[in-house]
Design a protein around this ligand. Structure first.
Ligand code: ADP
Length: 313
């Protein structure tokens, strides 16, 4: 209750798939801007869930303090038992807006390297703290006034939202979903986030989604065609996953040369890193820590400084 009184809610900034977002400011200082995200909690959950959710998110709030992860300043449940997240206000949009604005926003390899570096450090920090994000995509990478990219929208909050609205959220997220989840794996690891990181990397280079599946089946087909067919040879145990199905015509896993023709803009080292993020078998996928040790970051061109990064116009 005290938490709620610390902030004043202002105009609506936007409506997401499972939340309304408002501009707000600190009661003691109108200069401290925040975004208040009011999650649409499902009716059946309202009695017990919000307090639990608040407790769990408080934990996340304490855990995460990193320049590339959005700050969760406070959590409270309103009288209608909805969950409210008070987040730092990030005014410069998100990476998706920059990727899509091909006519007005120009960027190159040095910029991609800077953005990917910030994303990788964010993911490394989450995984180092045993937190999985589970919903990494360009639209969840918000941009701060100083150019810093911040990972936002932790899947945890989403799991408290209305399942009816979650279905639509899934439509957007499918393109970044790794094969182990598409095959119904129940035990998964940080490797799920790394796959999504790889697809963000690919999309930054292509300026279009790399694997835009229309359905889950289509998503699996695209993975098979563009990356290779998961089989017992390249992924021991995959055929045992409960929803394993692949097209009968087996496509061998593409090597680095095949990626060079489409992603050569990232350079040979960049393509090497990309290929490692897109390993079909999650056990073979590069980890966030290993990504940070990759030579791509140290070879030319050097990552662009934050203040020189392209911005939305
Ligand atoms: P989505 O369903 O697209 O993920 P969200 O619920 O996260 O949407 O957010 C809805 C809108 O609110 C976004 O389009 C964005 O413009 C705005 N928004 C969300 N978080 C912030 C923030 N921390 N700072 C500024 N604007 C935000």
């Amino acid at each position: 209750e005290q938490e709620k009184r610390k902030y004043v809610k202002g105009k609506k900034l936007g409506e997401g798939t499972y939340a309304n977002v408002y501009l707000g400011h600190a009661r003691h200082d109108a200069g401290v801007l925040v975004a208040i995200k009011k999650i649409k909690v499902q009716k059946e959950y309202k009695d017990g869930l919000a307090p639990d959710a608040v407790r769990e998110l408080k934990h996340l709030q304490e855990l995460l303090g990193h320049p590339n992860i959005i700050s969760l300043l406070s959590v409270f449940s309103s009288k209608d038992q909805n969950l409210n997240l008070v987040l730092e206000y990030l005014p410069l949009g998100d990476l998706e807006m920059l990727i899509r604005d091909v006519d007005r926003v120009r960027y190159g390899t040095a910029d991609i390297k800077a953005w990917m570096g910030m994303l990788t450090r964010a993911v490394w920090f989450c995984h180092d703290n045993f937190v999985l994000h589970r919903d990494i995509k360009p639209n969840n990478l918000l941009i701060a006034a100083n150019g810093e990219v911040k990972l936002a929208d932790f899947g945890l909050a989403r799991s408290f939202a209305d399942p009816g609205t979650r279905m639509t959220a899934n439509v957007i997220t499918r393109w970044y979903r790794p094969p182990e989840l598409l095959f119904g794996a129940r035990h998964y690891s940080g490797a799920v986030d790394i796959w999504s990181v790889g697809l963000v990397f690919a999309e930054l280079v292509l300026r279009a989604p790399f694997l835009p599946g229309n359905t889950e089946v289509d998503q699996i087909n695209l993975i098979c065609r563009q990356i290779g067919t998961p089989t017992e040879d390249n992924w021991p145990g995959v055929t045992q996953l409960k929803e394993y199905t692949v097209p009968s015509e087996v496509v061998p896993v593409w090597g680095k040369d095949a990626y060079m023709s489409r992603f050569g803009g990232a350079g040979s080292d960049g393509v090497d890193l990309l290929v490692r993020t897109l390993a079909l078998d999650p056990k073979n996928r590069i980890t966030a820590r290993e990504m940070l040790e990759h030579r791509w970051w140290r070879t030319d061109p050097r990552p662009t400084r934050n203040e020189d990064l392209p911005r939305k116009s």
